[in-house]
Design a protein around this ligand. Structure first.
Ligand SMILES: [Zn+2]
Length: 485
C-alpha cells in the first residue's frame, strides 16, 4: 500500500475557500500544475462499453468468489509455502478458464519460515515474587533468529531514531531496543491512513538495522496499525544481524510504563528461519488486443500474503478484482484494442523480487506498456485512483471519471511517486501508473495481522473495486490515444 495525500483532502474543500482572502498564504499543493481546460471526449460507443462494464460489475460476484476460494480454501500464502504454490496454480487455472494466455514467470525468492515466538518480562518494577508478564509479539519477515532457548536482556525504549542516537552505544549495547512509535489513528481517521502508516513503518523497516549498529541484541517495534485488540502486526524489516519483532500496542505501552520506573528485563524467543531460496512465480495472463496486441495494459494485485491471517484484504482482494476485469470484458464480449495483462504478483510482502524480475525479464518491452494498474490498499469503498500521470493525461481521463462518478469512484489524485509497490519499476520508467484509492480508514486495523480474513471484505465494496479497475483498465486499453507521458 501507499498513501492518500493532502491533495485528496484539499479536493474536498469547496474551491472558493482557497481562492479568496488576499494575504492568506496559499498551500503549496495549489501551485501544482492544473489540468488544461480542454474537454476530452471518447466515442459514444466506448462510453457505452464502459457503462456496460460498470453496470455489470456492480452486480457481479466473481471477485468475491475468487477471494473466498483463495483465502478460505487455500489460506495464507507466504512466499515459498505450499499454499502460495497452490494459489499460483489455482489463479493460473481460473485465468485460463477466462480465455487468457497464461504464463508462470519464475522468480527466485527468499524463503522465510516463521518459528516459535514468545516473550515475557522477567524483571520489572513492582514485580510480584515468582511471576513474569507475558508479552504478545510476532517476528518480522526475514527475522534473524534468537537461539532456540531465547535470549534475556534489559529493554530500553526509544521514541524515535533521534532518541536512539541520544541513548548512544553505552545505553544500547547488549540490550533489547523497543521502538515505541504509535500509528497516528487521528491522522488515519481524517483520511490520511497512508501517511500515518508511512511514518510509523519506518521503525519497522529500519529499526533493527539502526539498533544493531549500536550493539543491541534484538529490536522490537510497536505494531504498526490502527486498532488495539492486542494483535501484533507483522511485516517486512530490513535484514539485520539481530532478531526483530513487533509487540502489540498494549504491550509497548506496558513496557514503556514500567521502563520509565526502573529496570525491565525480557526473555525473548523469535526462532524463525530463512531457508534456501525458492523458485516461485508471477502469474501473467494476457487477453490479446484486437488492434495493438503488442501494447499492454496491466491490471494487478499481489498473491503472496503474510502467514498470520489469510491475506484477504492484503491482497487476495487485489488479485480477484484484477481477474474480474478480464471476466467482465469476456462476459460482455468486448474487445480491448491493446492487450489486457492480468498479473498476480508474487513476493510483494517479502523482498519485492516478483516485480523486480518482471521489470528485468520484460525490459525490452517496457516501452509497450500503455499503463499499469494495481489494487493493494484493501477492499473498502474505492474513491478513485492515485496515479503517477501527467496533468494532461488526467484531463484525457475526464470521460472515464464521469462513468465512475455514480458510485463515487471518480477521483484521480496525482502522485509524484508510484502509487503501488509492484508497478513501481514500470512507473519509474514512465509508464502511467494507477493504484486503486480505497477508503483507508480501517485497512490498517487488520493489515498484516491474524484478523486479515474474508469477513473484513464487504461484498458490495469489493464489487465497486472490481468495477472501478475494470472500467479504467478497459478504457486505457481501448482509448484511441495512449496517455501522454
Ligand atoms: Zn499488500
Amino acid at each position: 500500500m501507499r498513501h492518500t495525500s493532502l491533495l485528496l483532502f484539499l479536493a474536498l474543500i469547496p474551491s472558493t475557500l482557497g481562492a479568496q482572502k488576499p494575504g492568506v498564504p496559499v498551500p503549496s499543493d495549489y501551485d501544482r500544475r492544473q489540468p488544461p481546460a480542454v474537454v476530452a471526449t471518447l466515442s459514444p460507443a466506448l462510453i457505452q462499453e464502459l457503462t456496460s462494464i460498470r453496470d455489470a460489475g456492480l452486480t457481479d460476484d466473481y471477485a468475491y468468489r475468487q477471494v473466498a476460494h483463495i483465502t478460505e480454501s487455500i489460506g495464507p500464502r507466504p512466499v515459498g509455502s505450499p499454499q502460495a504454490q497452490a494459489a499460483i496454480e489455482y489463479v493460473a487455472g481460473e485465468m485460463r478458464k477466462l480465455g487468457l494466455e497464461v504464463r508462470l514467470e519464475p522468480v527466485q525468492a527468499r524463503h522465510w519460515i516463521r518459528g516459535a515466538e514468545s516473550a515475557e518480562l522477567v524483571e520489572y518494577p513492582g514485580q510480584a515474587p515468582g511471576t513474569t508478564q507475558k508479552v504478545v509479539l510476532t517476528a518480522l519477515g526475514g527475522n534473524h533468529p534468537t537461539p532456540p532457548q531465547g535470549i534475556t536482556a534489559e529493554v530500553v525504549v526509544a521514541n524515535s531514531f533521534a532518541d536512539l542516537d541520544g541513548l548512544g552505544r553505552e545505553n544500547v549495547a547488549g540490550k533489547i531496543v523497543l521502538f515505541n512509535v504509535a500509528f497516528d489513528k487521528q491522522k488515519a481517521a481524517g483520511g490520511f491512513a497512508g501517511e500515518a502508516y508511512d511514518e510509523a513503518v519506518l521503525y519497522r523497516g529500519q529499526g533493527a538495522k539502526r539498533a544493531s549498529a549500536l550493539g543491541a541484541v534484538a529490536s522490537l517495534v510497536r505494531s504498526v496499525g490502527g486498532a488495539d485488540y492486542r494483535l501484533p502486526h507483522t511485516g517486512g524489516s530490513t535484514p539485520a544481524e539481530i532478531p526483530a519483532g513487533a509487540v502489540t500496542s498494549e504491550d509497548a505501552d506496558l513496557i514503556a510504563h514500567l521502563a520509565a520506573q526502573g529496570k525491565v528485563r525480557m526473555h525473548l524467543i523469535l526462532a524463525s528461519q530463512t531457508a534456501e531460496d525458492v523458485t516461485t512465480y508471477n502469474v501473467v495472463g494476457d487477453l490479446k488486443g484486437s488492434e495493438h496486441p503488442e501494447q499492454i495494459v496491466i491490471v494487478s494485485g499481489h498473491l503472496d500474503s503474510w502467514d498470520l491471517g489469510t491475506g484477504a484484504i492484503d491482497d487476495a482482494a487485489g488479485v480477484a478484482v484484477a481477474m474480474e476485469t478480464a471476466q467482465l470484458i469476456q462476459h460482455l464480449h468486448l474487445h480491448p484494442k491493446c492487450t489486457l495483462r492480468v498479473i498476480a504478483w508474487i513476493d510483494e510482502e517479502n523482498l519485492g523480487r516478483g516485480h523486480a524480475e518482471y521489470a528485468r525479464a520484460h525490459a525490452s518491452e517496457i516501452g509497450n506498456h500503455v499503463a499499469a494498474l494495481e489494487s493493494d490498499l484493501g477492499a473498502s469503498h474505492p474513491m478513485g485512483f492515485r496515479a503517477k500521470i501527467t496533468p494532461e493525461a488526467q484531463a484525457q481521463l475526464q470521460p472515464v471519471q464521469d462513468v465512475l462518478r455514480p458510485f463515487g469512484a471518480n477521483l484521480i489524485e496525482l502522485s509524484s511517486d508510484s502509487p503501488e509497490a509492484d508497478i513501481e519499476p514500470l512507473a519509474k520508467q514512465g509508464v502511467p501508473a494507477f493504484g486503486l484509492l480505497q477508503d483507508g480508514r480501517v485497512y490498517f486495523n487488520y493489515h498484516h495481522t491474524a484478523a486479515d480474513t474474508l469477513d473484513k471484505i464487504v461484498p458490495q465494496e469489493l464489487r465497486e473495486n472490481a468495477t472501478a479497475l475494470a472500467v479504467m483498465g478497459y478504457a486505457l486499453a481501448t482509448m484511441p490515444d495512449p496517455l501522454p507521458r
